[in-house]
Design a protein around this ligand. Structure first.
Ligand SMILES: [Zn+2]
Length: 133
């Protein structure tokens, strides 16, 4: 099967490289890992009054099934495991009201409306952009 080697994106020509033969699943896992790492680089639980620096987790605002938001830093916060599991997940309404104070929901909702399917090269582009951010 022939693969295109370059794609034209809004930011210019995009070249495929080492992900050429990786499956979507592998790529998705790699992206999840890198994304979580980036979110946790914040270094502390963002819930005010907590500030824990260990056991940090990446908490998504819109669920990961929203592919165009899944690896967008605006769609995640850094929380300690306690605030992630026992606050964000148990009190979702409170969590979202809090997120609305620190995140740009207009932007997130715009991304949510993208209805073209995410392709492998889209994922690779996101990966490369995350890697250098
Ligand atoms: Zn916390």
């Amino acid at each position: 099967m022939e693969h295109r080697k370059a794609y034209l994106t809004p930011e210019g020509i995009y070249l495929r490289d080492y992900f050429m033969n990786t499956t979507r699943k592998t790529l998705s896992n790699k992206l999840d890992k890198l994304f979580s790492l980036k979110v946790r680089e914040i270094g502390y639980c963002q819930k005010e009054g907590c500030g824990k620096t260990d056991g940090l987790q990446c908490a998504h605002i819109y669920s990961r099934k929203n592919k165009w938001l899944r690896w967008n830093l605006e769609n995640a916060v850094c929380l300690c495991s306690g605030h992630h599991m026992f606050w964000a997940h148990l009190e979702p309404a409170e969590f979202i009201r809090w997120c609305m104070k620190i995140k740009n929901f207009d932007y997130l909702d715009k991304l949510r409306q993208i209805n073209r399917p995410m392709k492998e090269f889209d994922m690779q582009e996101i990966y490369d952009r995350l890697k250098v951010s």
